[in-house]
Ligand binder design. Sequence first.
Ligand code: GLN
Length: 486
Amino acid sequence: MINPKQLPIHEAHNLLKSKQISSVELTKAALARIQAVEPKVRALMTVTEEHALLAATHADKRIADGDCRPLTGIPAVMKDLLCTKGIRTTCSSKMLENFVPPYNATVIEKLYAEGMVLVGKANMDEFAMGSSTENSAFYPTYNPWDLGRVPGGSSGGAAAAVAAGESIYALGTDTGGSIRQPAGFCSITGLKPTYGRVSRYGAIAFASSLDQIGPMTQDVEDAAIVLNAISGHDKHDPTSVPCEVPDYTKVLGKSIKGMKLGIPREYFVDGMQPEAASVIRAAITKLEELGAHIDWDVSLPSTPCALAVYYIIAPSEASANLARFDGVRYGFSYNGAVSMWETLEKTRQFGFGPEVKRRIMLGTYALSAGYYDAYYLKAQKVRTVIRQEFDNAFDKYDALITPTSPTVPFKIGEKMDDLMTLYLSDVCTMPVNIAGIPAISIPAGFVDGLPVGLQIIAKSFAEETILRIAHAYEQSTGWQQRRAEL
Ligand code: GLN
């Protein structure tokens, strides 16, 4: 019996290529696992069983013809804001509950071309706004490591699906931490690539200058394999960068001896759980043992401003992006209004959840005449300073090492009444989006059975540096091999 739970992409690929298993068998195993654990975990919005079995049959033909690419025949789930042609794409919002896109996102096209078997669409915070997946308009997702706790967010469904063995890998999106924070909370690997590395075409936009799509996988090698498949310039996304895509798997296994790593003190924030901080310090010591030079006291002084900057810029962009949901073109439309204005108003009143409305109001306020200079423009200026501080640090260091989050996964409901502390769970990840640079979260250990993530940050387009360090660490510790018992 195949157990998709302990089968990273590279191992599944070897089994498929050597014909020890077929894609149909692998896909059936994933679907069986979904059936078994989904009532507890609730990671998925939609299960695409029929579609998956058909895709698996095609993949098996392709493999029989000798064309077995690294992702051919391998089951995956996609965050439910990536448009999938003919398959409902909800953003976990009532607004898009019955939206069936007429086209595929570029990343979906690319993965189909590699032979992906799509088994489902993953639950998320509505329109990717949140850090716990409790903002889904339909139901929360539960952390496979402790079903009383959140899986993180907004890509919490994707992270939980991988951690629970429902899917071999997933794609998420990260605007302020939504790939890395849930990856950390579910003890998987999550990579946010450089802004522009991966086309955003067909990813339903939250904050366009911050959003980036990336892999959520069982280990670092898998992250490199998926990044290979989804990267590159796309004529449909003018912000995607026309520069060459290296083979990211080439750096795996290279020593990190002599690399210079900085530890920015501002990331060990007030209120950080001391046990989680100890786990991170132990991980850094491990990197030192592996031959890296560690500078334990680096300062990026504007880091504490990142949260404020994010909560001006992200809602501002969201308020513009979400203006398109007007009940006219697609998605939910309120029926029975007497005027065009009433349709518009009621559509938005009933279609959006409370967090989305909060963001739209915040953003509209920050952009309005009279407040624009004081808030939006100021935030953009601080954004430049944050970026410059990173640039200066990367003159000296190959990478920066930080916690992914200040705490382990919290209890369901624990922070819903205290939004400020909920927002704080992304303090360590947001500066990275503000600067547009890449970062990864990898498993670094546990506190009382709950996962802790380690974040590795590097300069723009230095994903290879990140993967090299992450792989060296992972191989020397083996945390990635632990699986949640469900
Ligand atoms: N938690 C942050 C927010 O609520 C980041 C979300 C994300 O990265 N999509 O906005």
